[in-house]
Design a protein around this ligand. Structure first.
Ligand SMILES: *Cc1c(COP(=O)(O)O)cnc(C)c1O
Length: 379
């Protein structure tokens, strides 16, 4: 397995152990501590906000965002259908119900038209407006935030950004994760940077950030004994994990640049192959971090994503299906869905390619050569 080319392998910067050793020297081997504060500060500087709270997972960040937006039992929450299940599951943790919204073909993210249709129809059916909108920047590509925000504002519904895949991405010169009322980031092992497992929520104010910190540390009231007035969570990041994050923040700009360069390499390598389209920024308003480079191909070529995935696997290359939309998941079979099947079509004719910043130019060329050989063998 030595020469296997992986999809998105962790890429350490070199100083992570220094922060961890510091934590051990000081016996800060606990949740919270100086590395957590420093990691939050560095994230805030990068994103241009003072209101970042580090948590144990991106899923926890989405959950905390929904709690802060007051999502509770009986509410409906509009959620992008084309995503990982962690965008939607926290809606159910709150006893609320997700309503799924299809994608549009340029960004692959939430369709503004389907969003407005869903808002109007849910109001017609239930007599209420949905409580929140969860929009995702899939594979790092920013969603059409101006259109989505305009619709959300028209109906007074707050937007939560799932920017788990989009750290470093920009929409009209503004960082993803700071464009909605709340934003969620993930530092899972396969994301742009890792803390081995972790996340962060970006809050609108100092007060809301303080409230998230309170809720995420068991909602313990400032009393000499344990005293609780609301339900809390154990969601803060450990000081050891945050040490990895502090080291990763030193190299974040380099990592984002490398993911973009890998996307550029693929785009060049597939330039002469009309059968393969590399998903690209639709206009200068969008600046994806290209967490993963993704491709689309014509279904009339006579192969499925699984055929190509297996061929690459046999050549020691890891690739992955696009996210299977939530409206195609058994667990959400009963949830309402608004759209025209765009995400389902993308799912059936695309693939995620190896895109980790650790990959060499030669490895990217190896992947492209293998895909070209496969496509030629089919024509
Ligand atoms: C990774 C991911 C999450 C969840 O983050 P975790 O840190 O794994 O909990 C949520 N949404 C999307 C779109 C993701 O890719």
């Amino acid at each position: 397995m030595n020469n296997r080319i992986f999809l998105s392998f962790p890429h350490l910067g070199g100083h992570e152990m220094q922060y961890i050793e510091e934590a051990f020297k000081e016996s800060w081997v606990v949740p919270l501590g100086p590395n957590v504060d420093l990691f939050e500060q560095r994230l805030g500087e990068y994103l241009g906000t003072n209101h970042v709270v580090a948590l144990s997972a991106g899923t926890a960040a989405i959950h905390m965002g929904l709690v802060m937006l007051g999502v509770s039992k009986g509410d409906e929450v509009l959620c992008q259908s084309f995503t990982f299940s962690a965008s939607a599951n926290p809606v159910v943790y709150q006893g609320a119900s997700p309503v799924f919204v299809d994608s549009e073909p340029d960004t692959w993210n939430m369709s503004p038209a389907a969003l407005e249709e869903a808002i109007i129809d849910r109001h017609r059916i239930t007599g209420r407006y949905p409580k929140a909108i969860v929009v995702v920047h899939l594979y790092g590509m920013p969603a059409r935030m101006d259109e989505i925000t305009a619709i959300a504002d028209r109906y007074g519904i707050p937007v939560l950004e799932d920017a788990a895949e989009a750290l470093g991405s920009e929409y009209r010169g503004r960082k993803c994760g700071t464009l909605g009322r709340y934003g969620a980031l993930s530092f899972n092992g396969n994301k742009v940077i890792t803390t081995s497992g972790g996340g962060a929520v970006i809050c609108p104010t100092a007060e809301s950030a303080a409230r998230v910190k309170f809720l995420a540390t068991q909602a313990r009231e400032p009393m000499p004994y344990y005293f609780h007035k609301v339900i809390g969570y154990n969601y803060r990041l450990s000081n050891v994990s945050a040490g990895i994050g502090c080291g990763q923040m030193e190299v974040l700009p380099e990592r984002v640049a490398r993911r973009r360069a890998i996307h550029g390499l693929y785009a060049n390598l597939f330039n002469d192959m009309l059968e393969i389209q590399v998903h690209d920024n639709p206009s200068a308003d969008f600046d994806s971090n290209f967490w993963l480079t993704t491709i689309l191909f014509d279904n009339s070529l006579g192969f499925t994503p699984e055929d190509l995935r297996q061929y690459l696997n046999e050549h020691n290359i890891e690739s992955r299906w696009l996210w299977r939309p939530m409206n195609m998941q058994p667990v959400y079979a009963d949830a309402p869905f608004y759209g025209d099947g765009t995400a389902e079509r993308l799912f059936n004719s695309g693939l995620c390619l190896p895109s980790g910043s650790i990959l060499t130019d030669e490895e990217i060329a190896t992947v492209a050569t293998a895909i070209k050989a496969f496509v030629k063998s089919k024509s």
